[in-house]
Design a binder for this molecule. Structure first.
Ligand SMILES: C[S@@+](CC[C@H](N)C(=O)[O-])C[C@H]1O[C@@H](n2cnc3c(N)ncnc32)[C@H](O)[C@@H]1O
Length: 366
């Protein structure tokens, strides 16, 4: 198991726990379906744990914590798929040996279907189960089977989130040295070939891909990337897709939590810091500020700023930090839209205010 795989499973673990915690308390859902479509063998020679083990441990943890706290909990049906029978057999035996699953947690099924054939079945399964939400993890070795249109078909159900791991470094290398057909098909599915921009670095390639995904899926869906650095200048990437804004916010929480630990943390106050760490960080630091300086040229409500901040891949707390700095520099004016007084440094940029009082205030550059 490579180090980059380890970061991948850490993100998976953080996110799935947040996701299950929220859903298990929600009155609207009574089932989660979790599809791990390239599930692999569960445990690697060096002891590293793969996605099916991470998922089952998270499900068990969340269940027992909710039970201890007397909270409502939710059943999670897992479908672990790998086209190689020996891989799912290995996963099965590890689960039995380590007692990672009980029937009261939900159903557990193993499949050995080729991903391309499995996908329409997954979409159907997501659609037909009432009061359910689904999470689909797509973790291939390469990219030849994966298409953006498949992801679109999952998102169209409006009941699912998708996490896709792509070996972007290999894709970028190919792009430079002459594109293999599979990469053409992959890119042309999202953007006409003549419109595909040149990428100078692996990070550029990921940014171009993210922009292309965002344009392809339009504003109806949220897309973000989580860059995983293997050796110096070797970048792999997880792409996250959802139609649900709160699910997106939770994914961004998980991403920023890991980024913080990795020393790539977002720091508005100290834009010089990133040079010590990742080359991409200073880009991120300035990006939200630059974005808001343009976005706030016209008055925007707290809900509009909330949505736009997430679309940019930032957390609401990041926007608040930038707005506070703008206020200190007398760059913005905040207007109450409901006649109520607005407290200093209160910007109402969060999911609750987005739902309940979406135009509490407007903010504009002076
Ligand atoms: C990168 S590994 C998955 C790793 C796993 N998610 C983890 O975290 O440990 C990819 C797996 O997908 C399987 N696979 C490759 N092509 C496939 C396809 N077309 N359909 C289904 N499974 C496939 C391989 O056998 C391999 O086990």
């Amino acid at each position: 198991m490579f180090e980059h795989s380890e970061v991948k499973v850490r993100l998976l673990n953080l996110y799935i726990k947040k996701y299950l915690n929220i859903l298990s308390r929600s009155q609207a859902f009574d089932r989660v379906q979790l599809f791990d479509l390239f599930c692999g063998e569960g445990v690697y020679a060096n002891g590293g744990e793969g996605s099916p083990i991470i998922f089952l441990k998270a499900i068990k943890d969340v269940y027992f914590r909710n039970q201890n706290e007397g909270q409502k909990t939710i059943k999670v049906d897992c479908i672990f798929n790998d086209y190689k029978l020996e891989k799912t057999e290995k996963v099965k035996s590890i689960i039995e040996e380590r007692k990672l699953h009980y029937s009261f947690l939900g159903d557990l099924r193993f499949k050995n279907i080729d991903y391309v054939q499995a996908l329409p079945l997954v979409v159907r399964q997501i659609s037909i189960v009432k009061n359910s939400k689904s999470f689909v993890f797509i973790d291939p070795y390469g990219y030849s089977e994966v298409r953006a249109s498949q992801i679109h078909s999952i998102l169209e159900t409006k009941k699912a989130e998708v996490l896709l791991f792509l070996p972007t470094q290999h894709m970028f290398r190919f792009e430079k040295r002459g594109t293999p057909t599979a990469l053409h098909s992959f890119i042309e599915d999202i953007v006409p070939r003549e419109k595909w921009p040149n990428s100078h670095t692996g990070i550029d390639f990921i940014e171009n891909l993210k922009t292309a995904f965002r344009d392809f899926l339009e504003n109806e869906y949220y897309v973000d990337s989580f860059i995983i650095t293997r050796d110096k200048n070797q970048f792999f990437c997880l792409f996250f897709f959802t139609s649900h804004i709160y699910g997106f916010e939770k994914m961004l929480d998980a991403k920023w939590e890991i980024d913080q630990e990795e020393g790539r943390g977002w720091s508005y106050k100290d834009p010089d810091l990133p040079t010590l760490f990742s080359p991409s960080a200073s880009y991120r630091v300035n990006k939200l500020e630059v974005f808001l300086l343009s976005f706030l040229k016209e008055p925007r409500t707290n809900a509009e700023i909330y949505v736009a901040t997430l679309h940019q891949g930032f957390r609401p707390t990041h926007a608040v930090e930038v707005l506070k700095a703008f206020a200190t520099q007398n760059k913005i004016i905040v207007t109450s839209n409901d006649g109520k007084k607005v407290r200093k440094n209160s910007y109402y940029i969060n999911y609750r205010d987005f739902c309940e009082r979406s135009d509490r205030i407007s903010i504009q550059l002076i």
